[in-house]
Design a protein around this ligand. Structure first.
Ligand SMILES: CC(C)(COP(=O)(O)OP(=O)(O)OC[C@H]1O[C@@H](n2cnc3c(N)ncnc32)[C@H](O)[C@@H]1OP(=O)(O)O)[C@@H](O)C(=O)NCCC(=O)NCCS
Length: 150
């Protein structure tokens, strides 16, 4: 597998809000705007890890943490850099960060048909623990609930 050169991972801060909002808008339909990210990135309960190539944000994971648990909100890698280990590297870095701040369990919802994401989560040790029927309003698709203990 080719790996992206000079990938740097770090926790995102409010100054990253414009790049984060731009990347999210490039990948997803229903997105948060820059102002919302600016506010969230300043809050202790919001965890965001970004992958950078030089100064360019090429992937991110966002999550809420509360009471020793974290819930992943979104995870994305720039289209042209997929299948080059950015997602896996980022997810492992995020899990390390969670451990560091005392999170013991990570959960998330994922579309049943999202094969790349399901394969990535399985590879990083997530297990299916539940199902929400017709959870996504846009497509009526089911959500799988995955969890990973740390
Ligand atoms: C899901 C996503 C983040 C994966 O990022 P990525 O950088 O391509 O992932 P990686 O290259 O680190 O892949 C790690 C492993 O995940 C699995 N995987 C990733 N993409 C895959 C695909 N298209 N098909 C099958 N397996 C895939 C593989 O096991 C892969 O390891 P391998 O390449 O050695 O086989 C990316 O496809 C993406 O941004 N998708 C759109 C946004 C999205 O759906 N997010 C999930 C919301 S829950």
């Amino acid at each position: 597998m080719t790996q992206v050169k000079d990938l740097e991972l770090r926790v995102l801060v409010p100054a990253d809000a414009p790049d984060l909002a731009a990347l999210e808008a490039a990948v997803f339909d229903n997105v948060w705007d820059e102002q919302r990210f600016f506010t969230l990135l300043g809050q202790g309960s919001f965890i965001a890890v970004g992958a950078f190539q030089g100064n360019a944000l090429c992937g991110y994971i966002t999550a809420y943490s509360m009471g020793g648990e974290a819930e992943i909100v979104n995870l994305a890698v720039r289209q042209d850099l997929r299948r080059q280990a950015v997602g896996g590297t980022m997810l492992n870095c995020f899990l390390d960060r969670c451990r560091m701040i005392g999170v013991g369990r990570v959960v998330l919802d994922v579309r049943r048909g999202n094969r790349p994401a399901l394969a990535l989560y399985a590879r990083c040790g997530f297990m299916q623990v539940g199902l929400r029927k017709k959870y996504y309003a846009d497509s009526g698709e089911d959500a799988l609930i995955l969890e990973r203990f740390l």
